[in-house]
Design a protein around this ligand. Sequence first.
Ligand code: PLP
Ligand code: SF4
Length: 348
Amino acid sequence: MITASSHTRQHEPNAPTARWQTEMAEAITTPEALVAALGLDQKLIAPARAAAASFRLRVPRSYIARMRHGDPTDPLLRQILPVEGELQDAAEYVSDPLGEHAAIRAPGLLQKYRGRALIITTSACAVHCRYCFRREFPYSEQTGDAPRWSAALAELAADNSLEEVILSGGDPLSLTDSRLRSLTDALSEIPHIRRLRVHTRQPVVLPSRVDAGLVGWLRSLRLPIVFVLHANHPNEIDSSVRRACETLRASGVTLLNQSVLLRGVNDDVEVLAELSRRLFDVGTLPYYLHVLDRVRGAAHFAVSDLEARALVGELASRLSGYLVPRLVREIYGAPAKVTLPPQFPAAN
Ligand SMILES: *Cc1c(COP(=O)(O)O)cnc(C)c1O
Ligand code: SF4
């Protein structure tokens, strides 16, 4: 499970605290504070407390500022508010829906697909997304400290079939700039690694993370780098996210986005179309639209495959091809993420 406070361990003894670290430390972590901040009904508190017991509530104030005041159906709120539905067991919703345990090559290193491997760099996230497929991942066994990275680095160095390394988590940008730099410096020493990729939600949920320190790290890189961001709804992309994306692009980062198709958040063709347009406006191309992974506690977000395919068929019939994300599912043991074909609207 994600530990809410682990980012505090990453402060270097003498480094000044960056604004993003303060914002992360001041994130809202109780249902009471969330309900008060948004002027919501007190009745939401008891179920939220019960559901948060197994996966804590966590949300930065700058993300709350993008929500509608007093609206319990707000699409950003729905992504982070613990609800009663999480406590109901649903058939086929399990703790490790993607079979990730079987993909562990070394502590903190996962490989499912040829040519690329993924480092679980940290357990910490700026936000806790209720649908997260790693909400029950045993991070304490798999992450974090330097000795564990050294096992992953040794494994990467020994396998020259690997040409891309993905930094994942948790959110890798929860690490300090100097921790990131020591990891990527070590990766640059491995001659067969040609590309780096970062899977991160922070430029969206905590755009202050993209600061001068992060730019300094990006400038130090000797390898090309791709960021795969994670936004699910157009309301997530405000002017501060735009600035963060512009800074990343100006620092040479290629920007892609992945979303999860979520009931009550973005299961609507106009919402998905506007998400693609706004992503492009901030220099980011839609990459994947994931159908929900069947993790325990997330069944209330499910959209059926048929409905998902019809939504993407409708989206494809409205937008330029490069604005249409690929609808994908992870299937245990498959050699790549599996594309679900669009279902086009009936011709009239
Ligand atoms: C999703 C994933 C990747 C990346 O797959 P792409 O199709 O290249 O984006 C790599 N490794 C693991 C373990 C993954 O889950
Ligand atoms: S930011 Fe990513 S890893 Fe963290 S809780 Fe959200 S979906 Fe999961």
